[in-house]
Design a binder for this molecule. Structure first.
Ligand code: BGC
Length: 410
């Protein structure tokens, strides 16, 4: 098919797809959008994602014959380990499926991300895949996308502007719930009797919409034990704002943990658990506990992501668990969704079997600032401890060295 005709079909298809996106689509379609909203009867772009869950890399041979089009991939920062993986997988997957890509990292600076996205639009991208630094700060850039009728996939973190079309992430509430439930089990709180265990909490970045989902999932899991006295937050710092970590920064988490330890635990009070929302914050907390905690008991510390340094700490016993999210699978789902949007298919749970990856289609849990529900594909997170590190090796995305430490393969 000639590129021009494909382009016209894509543009029509985008209008059809956007019509059911996060904001209901009305804001997203430009005033001069083509009137027809019917999906093309036939395109050369097979929408099925044939990549199986275990095989993270789209096979170039199976790839759609040049789906055509340029995809702008905007990642927040290279300073947090996972986004390097996300960027690399997305770039690799889209290229293998015949797309051109532009991949940027915005150094955790919102203005830079707005700039990067505007440059992508000026460069003629057909679709944007964005992991927002601040879910509230992309309005200017996304208005530009809406004017040009460019679909936007909110990747991992929800963009709160209605110009975003769909959301691909993990079940973020469940991530937090798994962390909280892990602590409940590890301390055997159901059988605590008269005993009280002491806990502290470190949450994520207030600008990241995910952070409150992680926090709430975890709090809901431990709340019954705070209520019945089996758990006690010695510092009294429980509210999200009191325990949040701007930018998810390890140093910030370290600094606050040191303060808490010197203010509330220097007298020999025993610390039993520290609920951390992710691995970058767990790294700081673990460092503080290792160097500044006077007690000799093992402190249960949670995390999320499977960053290499944290997996090493899990092997060494200084971090207890992490909630692993296979971001290679997240990119497979994103590619399949992108293809479906560009092919003008209806976007709903009927797409899931073609992903080859377990996930849910959720139209209730995520809302934009304007209160519109954002249709979301949510993948399933897993608990990783010292006992099932082999599960990570089995994904093919990590190798285990002779020393028992894991290294990521990308
Ligand atoms: C991601 C987490 C990550 C955190 C910091 C969140 O939005 O979902 O996986 O740990 O950002 O990068």
């Amino acid at each position: 098919m000639k590129r021009k005709l494909l382009g016209a079909l894509l543009s029509t298809a985008m209008v059809a797809s956007l019509a059911v996106g996060c904001g209901g689509g009305n804001d997203a379609a430009p005033a001069d959008a083509p009137a027809e909203t019917e999906a093309p009867a036939e395109t050369e772009t097979p929408a099925e994602a044939e990549t199986p869950a275990e095989d993270a890399t789209a096979d170039a041979d199976d790839a759609a014959p040049a789906a055509g089009g340029k995809i702008g991939i905007s990642m927040p920062t290279q300073s947090l380990e996972r986004w390097n993986r996300d960027g690399a997988y997305l770039d690799e997957q889209f290229k293998a499926a015949g797309f051109e890509t532009i991949l940027t990292y915005s150094d955790d600076k919102t203005e830079q991300q707005v700039n990067d996205i505007q440059n992508m639009l000026a460069d003629g991208v057909d679709m944007l895949v964005i992991a927002a630094i601040d879910g509230n700060a992309l309005n200017t850039a996304l208005e530009g996308a809406a004017e040009q009728n460019i679909p936007v996939i909110s990747y991992d973190r929800l963009i709160l502007n209605d110009a975003a079309s769909y959301y691909v992430s993990f079940d973020n509430y469940t991530v937090g719930k798994l962390q909280g439930e892990y602590i409940v089990k590890a301390l055997d709180l159901e059988n605590a009797g008269d005993k009280t265990y002491n806990i502290e909490i470190t949450a994520g970045d207030p600008a990241d919409n995910n952070a409150t989902y992680f926090y709430q999932g975890a709090i809901d899991a431990i709340q019954p034990y705070l209520d019945n006295g089996a758990l006690n937050i010695v510092s009294g710092q429980k509210d999200f704002d009191a325990v949040a970590t701007p930018g998810w920064k390890t140093d910030t988490a370290l600094g606050r943990a040191q303060n808490v330890l010197s203010s509330y635990y220097a007298d020999g009070t025993q610390l039993d658990a520290w609920l951390c929302s992710n691995d970058s914050t767990a790294l700081g907390v673990t460092q503080a506990v290792t160097s500044d905690y006077a007690g000799s008991n093992t402190v249960v510390i949670t995390g999320q992501d499977g960053d290499e340094a944290n997996l090493k700490n899990i092997v060494d016993g200084t971090q207890t668990m992490t909630v692993y999210k296979n971001v290679s699978n997240e990119s497979v789902v994103t590619l399949a969704l992108a293809k479906a949007i560009l092919a003008g298919e209806s976007i709903d749970e009927s797409l899931i079997p073609s992903f080859g990856i377990e996930c849910a289609f959720d139209t209730e849990s995520y809302e934009t600032s304007a209160g519109n529900k954002c249709p979301s594909f949510l993948l399933v997170p897993n608990v990783i401890t010292k006992d099932n590190l082999q599960d990570l090796v089995d994904t093919g995305l990590y190798t285990m060295g002779d020393d028992g430490y894991l290294s990521a393969t990308n």
